[in-house]
Design a protein around this ligand. Sequence first.
Ligand code: AMP
Ligand code: GLY
Length: 420
Amino acid sequence: MGRIVLVVGGGGREHALTIGLLESPSVRTVHVAPGNAGTGAIATNHDVSAGDVEGQVALAQSLGADLVVVGPEAPLVGGLSDALRAIGIPSFGPHAAGAMLEGSKDFAKQVMLDLNIPTAGVQHLTEATNLDEAVDRWGAPWVVKRDVLAGGKGVVVTEDRDEALDFIRTSIRSDGMVLLEEFLAGEEASMLVMMDESGFVALPCSQDHKRVGEGDVGLNTGGMGAYAPAPVATEAVRSRAISEIVEPMHKHLSSQQIPYRGCLYVGLMIDEEGAPSVVEYNVRFGDPETQVTIPLISSDLCELLLAVAEGRLADSMPTFSADHALTVVLAAEGYPGHPEKGRPITGNLSDDIVPDGRAFIHHAGTGIVDGTLVSTGGRVLASTGIAPTLSEARDLAYQKLSNVQLEGAHFRRDIGHKAL
Ligand code: AMP
Ligand code: GLY
């Protein structure tokens, strides 16, 4: 016996979920759609795109899936969990109405304001707005956000007034409106919270590295590396975040007609005094945060995700290991602009087990063409180390990455620097 699980998506996050599920004693087989070369090597890939809601439902049905785990936001916003639940298949990930917390930054902001959750102030800018007055209200730096799903690329944070105004004007032209937010100073951390109507659990906090360049400079990306646990989220910070942010959200989401069942990703800004506020919500696991968080769960991952999908998390709380994890993203030449694809990836990509730790490759934008492993996306793979200390985890991850070759690729050499 054992459970049949379908993972929806094809990035590093989905590879990490697939590894975690295959390590679960309760699992028989894992299917991934569409997957990548990494998931294809350990599970069964299916050629159905993540955003194809009908195709994913048909696949889950034909596989007789006991659980569907939805990685990216687009199928959630598109109603995949609603459609699966309607035919009795448990789905980890919120219904479409819950997914609006990520689908619309404006909606998320309104929920936070209604619940008195600490977050940056916001102005709505349209064609009718006096833009000079608006940008001078809070002054530099300016935080401008398009209210569309843009894979982490719809946000500009800049000290340059003209750049801010340019982005504001282009966004209003294409979307009809744009949000201008108050700038929050501090350090960021990602808090992944699994929740259903019976309870919630905050996983160890992690820290992503969103800018493309070392020292946090350059363009925003989907994330260039991460580590967990992040010491900036001290016990005191975590407990404030839970009482001021997570508890009110959980109470609100559980009181809805259809409760929220999945991961609520709380993007935190922690100020000098240790006060947390919300930068953004996502309705899914983070990428690359998942690669450093899932390995720290020591209990059966499948039973945990299934419990959330069925609304009985309170009876299935996870346990965690005391290890540290760090992952470094290898990005294609040109990323985050126009990544070069189709280049061969060579080197030692197999898992390394060392005393007290391990190092392995999480595949993201990879595929097999004519028997050769090639790059297929901007973030190609992530090298991950797990060890008793953060510095050992870092050494394992960089050591592993030094044995991988991809022409023109780049990575940050300072992942974890703030904690080391
Ligand atoms: P978002 O897509 O909303 O997470 O924004 C992307 C990135 O922009 C965040 O990870 C932050 O680094 C930065 N950012 C967003 N909003 C703010 C803010 N209000 N103050 C400072 N930085 C921000
Ligand atoms: N790493 C940021 C995100 O997943 O949204």
